[in-house]
Design a protein. Sequence first.
Length: 134
Amino acid sequence: MIRMRDKPYIILGLVIFLGLLAFPFWYNVGKASAAPEPSLDTPAIRQLSQKQCVEARSYMRKSHMQLLNDWRNWVVRDGDRIYVAENGKKYEISLQNSCLQCHSNKAQFCDQCHNYVGVAPDCWTCHIEPEENK
Ligand code: HEC
Ligand code: HEC
Ligand code: HEC
């Protein structure tokens, strides 16, 4: 039996319980709006028949810094300017003529993620920063 004077506590309890149930929902709403959303909408990417990067997306996401590092070493140390991808496709090894040819929206792409994680790779004192082309 519920006594009259317990009622407020029961209601309070219910409110807290429902709030906890809804917590993952509210928590994720906040996160989803804060997470970076790099844009893949560029003229060059629109024209690709297969929307592919030089390597698989998951690999690019995790390892593009390493790949760029390798690319630089291959050019600067070995004079090698052709990259053969996992799938056999060939690309010019070039930050400007490959990566930024497709990703011609640095501010909406590279910077979206980098601002979010707080890295600011300084490549643009030497390499030409692309004109934003979306
Ligand atoms: C101090 C100047 C300087 C800075 C800073 C710099 N680079 Fe370079 N980079 C060069 C030079 C010079 C070459 C050789 C260019 C060539 O032979 O075509 C090169 C070549 C490269 C290449 C291969 C060829 C090409 O044209 O893309 C890549 C990839 C590259 N750098 C990536 C990077 C990235 C990524 C950063 C930022 C983390 C960076 N570089 C910062 C000077 C610099
Ligand atoms: C031929 C055009 C093209 C070139 C060249 C290219 N990309 Fe991409 N990139 C894409 C496309 C298209 C995607 C999305 C792939 C998918 O959805 O599977 C992508 C995805 C990515 C992603 C993952 C983004 C995300 O939100 O998951 C990163 C990081 C990336 N590229 C960086 C680079 C870098 C760095 C280079 C140069 C080493 C490069 N790309 C060269 C077209 C290109
Ligand atoms: C999907 C998100 C994402 C996109 C898109 C992206 N990056 Fe990154 N990038 C990262 C993260 C995260 C790091 C930091 C990795 C770390 O510090 O462990 C990083 C680091 C780097 C670094 C090394 C910087 C350092 O100080 O160590 C370079 C160079 C770089 N990115 C170049 C690029 C370029 C060029 C583009 C656009 C063509 C690009 N990235 C697009 C997420 C992204």
